[in-house]
Ligand binder design. Structure first.
Ligand code: PMP
Length: 367
């Protein structure tokens, strides 16, 4: 038999039959990879069956599991792509220093690529971002500069201004700059977007994506619309951010705890003309849905994934999306980033985010 059709039983390495051994066909994994860079992309697409059922949805809800990339997020794709494109163009060479302003996940993806390819790396990161992210960055050999969360992007203390300042001071240093680098949306045009079309056999009606730099949504939207002009691309933006359109959607200003999404300026990397619709969201439903994705679907994803799935469910109900409609939600990062935050029940209680879930737990216990 070809390697693709070899049957495997649950007990790997044995021929012992299990109840599932006749149904389980697993294609073999790819052969030896040159590095972890090859373990970025080709992420699974999973049906969110339990949540669909619990919410009474007739439409189909799928999760694109970007949290299963080698470094744990969708941003691994641009870390690899920005570094390789810059290397290929002759802009950077091993031994140089890369500097990047990020909310963490681009830093992890870029530091992973830098570690493998032999670059020094400095990450400027707002204080709000979790210590889990800084620990991983440090383990990858990155130097970290923490910057105040509450300052505007153009303030001299912001993570973006600090990156520019360091680049002027350090010889052979480069800011690949996810906010303007075309390799950012291109990684998702060639990768994430193309994979979604392939995995869904070109049958996708809606794609919901959380927006930060907007590289993910822009690349996905451009690729999908070229092939499926009728597919709607929906951006998900927290209250307190100004990315959604029309601007009147952004009037309610509040600070938010969810990480990696939302900005106080519109980055050049986002092309809002390819986004058909927007949904705003808040922290409470965001973190509660992130916890439900873990508990009900066994998906180890982060806060912005909860924000996107909650937005998609609300949208599907409001727009009465029924049988035959297929929604893809991009699940951007891994719960590893938030072990001391929303994954912790204590943190949820301390932030006042737990109440509703607690009530639900009591109902579960009664039945
Ligand atoms: N979710 C998380 C957790 C992220 O870190 C990011 C990247 N900042 C996004 C979503 C949004 O990705 P993009 O920058 O491509 O818009």
């Amino acid at each position: 038999p070809s390697l693709d059709t070899i049957k495997c039983s649950w007990k790997v390495g044995t021929t012992e039959k299990t109840p599932h051994s006749e149904e389980q066909f697993c294609p073999m994994p790819p052969k030896i990879m040159d590095s972890a860079l090859d373990a970025i992309g080709r992420t699974p697409m999973v049906r969110l069956s339990n949540i669909m059922k619990a919410e009474g949805l007739k439409c189909e809800l799928l999760g694109k599991c970007e949290f299963l990339n080698a470094g744990g997020s969708v941003k691994d794709r641009i870390g690899r792509r920005m570094l390789l494109d810059a290397e290929q163009s002759g802009r950077i060479k091993p031994g140089d220093t890369l500097i990047e302003a990020t909310s963490g996940n681009t830093g992890i993806g870029l530091s992973l690529a830098a570690a493998i390819k032999g670059y020094n790396i400095i990450i400027t990161l707002p204080e709000k971002m979790s210590t889990e992210k800084t620990d991983v960055l440090q383990a990858l050999g990155a130097k970290i500069v923490r910057t105040p969360t509450e300052v505007d992007f153009d303030h001299p203390e912001s993570h973006i201004s600090q990156a520019i300042k360091l680049q002027k001071e350090i010889p052979n240093s480069h800011i690949l700059d996810q906010y303007i680098n075309p390799s950012n949306p291109l990684a998702h045009y060639d990768g994430t977007g193309a994979e979604i079309l392939y995995q869904c056999d070109n049958k996708v009606d809606y794609v919901f994506v959380g927006t930060g730099t907007g590289g993910t949504i822009t690349g996905i939207a451009r690729k999908i619309k070229e092939n499926l002009p009728s597919c709607k691309i929906v951006g998900v933006d927290p209250y307190g951010s100004i990315l959604a359109m029309p601007q009147t959607m952004n009037e309610r200003m509040e600070s938010y705890q969810v990480e990696g999404v939302g900005y106080d300026f519109v980055p050049r990397s986002i092309d809002r003309s390819v986004i058909d619709d927007w949904v705003k969201n808040t922290d409470v439903p965001t973190f509660q849905m992130a916890r439900r994705l873990i508990r009900e679907e066994g998906l180890f994803c982060g806060g912005s994934s909860g924000q996107v799935v909650d937005a998609a469910i609300r949208y599907a109900k409001e727009h009465k999306l029924g049988e035959g409609v297929r929604i893809v939600c991009v699940l951007a990062d891994n719960l590893r980033n938030y072990i001391t935050k929303f994954v912790s029940k204590e943190w949820m209680v301390a932030k006042g985010f737990y109440e509703f879930e607690e009530l639900k737990d009591e109902e579960y216990n009664k039945s």
